[in-house]
Ligand binder design. Structure first.
Ligand code: GTP
Ligand code: MG
Length: 344
């Protein structure tokens, strides 16, 4: 069934929710009143704002590596430590150092300005290697499956992508396949109401694959352009729950052979390199087509985006830089590398 959540006050689920605490209400208020796409700030400014902690740490450290009369090797060791500290990962850091080393030794890079320019260029090049277009114009409609461990930002990201696509004229629908918690259905329902995007839901504890199946049917009937499927959080180590995710994907596939056209893993940037292990297991189960890195605004280790992309050889599709629904951007390597180093 498709509904704007609050119109269904009579259902058991809604009755339960009505009894929920004031804290729940404040969640609704927060979502309904949060500033959104009408914000004046440009996308780039928001990305810059989100990366400010990472940038602050990187710039101040990189500016300190020259001018103290250190030997080249010491300078290079310092650069290595700074890149590791920003969570670029060992592999990426080593790769970059190989490129920087001869330039430091030859004196071509002898101050922080030259070093920063080189790093900016290396980051941009590396990230551009992984860019590929999103499959969002499929017929009769595109399906995006969203997965990840608990609390990484899946539901918020589903809403944010819906908002982004809607602003480009796409007709979206949400499927609330997190049937474990009434609160999860409510959360997506509120977003749906806020964004005027229909939400397909099931009963609490209903098989999430059957909700996905129903959503496929509804999306077809309503001539939707993009169906976004939100799923329950699960640990990559929970075998049964991982299999359940595989089942959702198979049901969708059965309904439309090439769907889901995109399967995203949402990763919390603040978890750093640990996300690599998570992503490997999700990838094994789902054959991911991309990653969404959330909470870049909450970390000084925003370099993790690079490390993870390099380790997994998967494109970063979107980055989350805040809690508002406008705080999600299609990942752009040029803006990212600029925002990482540009102060003003
Ligand atoms: N600062 C910040 N917070 C975010 C971002 N994305 C999500 N959040 C917050 O992270 C918290 C969890 O988000 P949810 O979308 O509920 O996460 P989830 O993965 O759906 O959680 P479960 O369904 O419980 O597994 C919320 O408070 C969000 O507002 C982001 O990019 N930046
Ligand atoms: Mg959720």
């Amino acid at each position: 069934m498709v509904f704007s959540f609050f119109k269904k006050k009579s259902t058991r689920l809604a009755e339960e929710i009505a009894e929920e605490s004031e804290a729940r209400d404040s969640t609704k208020d927060e979502i309904l009143n949060s500033p959104g796409a009408d914000q004046e700030e440009s996308l780039y400014e928001r990305l810059k704002g989100g990366l400010s902690r990472t940038r602050g740490g990187l710039l101040s450290s990189l500016r300190g590596v020259f001018g103290r009369g250190n030997a080249h090797e010491e300078t290079l060791e310092e650069i290595e430590a700074i890149l590791i500290q920003a969570d670029l990962g060992v592999k990426t850091t080593e790769k970059f150092l190989e490129q920087v080393r001869p330039l430091v030794q030859s004196g071509e890079i002898k101050d922080s300005t030259a070093l920063i320019a080189k790093l900016k260029d290396l980051i941009q090049r590396q990230m551009s290697e992984h860019v590929s277009p999103l499959k969002l114009g499929e017929k009769p409609f595109s399906v995006i499956l969203i997965a990840g461990i608990n609390g990484v930002g899946k539901t918020t990201t589903t809403a944010k992508i819906g908002n982004l696509l809607k602003s480009t004229g796409k007709k979206c629908m949400f499927a609330a396949c997190d049937t474990f918690r009434a609160g999860a259905v409510e959360q997506l329902g509120i977003w749906g109401e806020r964004l005027s995007i229909p939400v397909v839901t099931g009963e609490e504890n209903q098989d999430p694959a059957s909700v996905a199946f129903e959503a496929m049917k509804q999306a077809r009937e309503q001539q939707i352009d993009v169906l976004l499927i939100d799923t329950a959080g699960r640990l990559h180590t929970q075998k049964n729950l991982m299999e359940e995710l595989g089942k959702i994907q198979r049901v969708v596939q059965k309904s439309m052979p090439r769907a889901p056209h995109e399967t995203f893993l949402v990763l919390d940037s603040t978890t750093g390199q640990n996300a690599v292990h998570q992503a490997r297991l999700f990838h094994e189960m789902l054959k991911l087509t991309g990653l969404v890195m959330t909470k870049l605004d909450g970390t000084a280790k925003g370099g993790v985006v690079l490390g993870i992309q390099e380790e997994l050889n998967l494109p970063i599709r979107f980055v989350g830089v805040g809690e508002k629904f406008s705080d999600l951007q299609i990942f752009n390597p040029v803006s990212y590398s600029q925002a990482l180093f540009e102060e003003n």
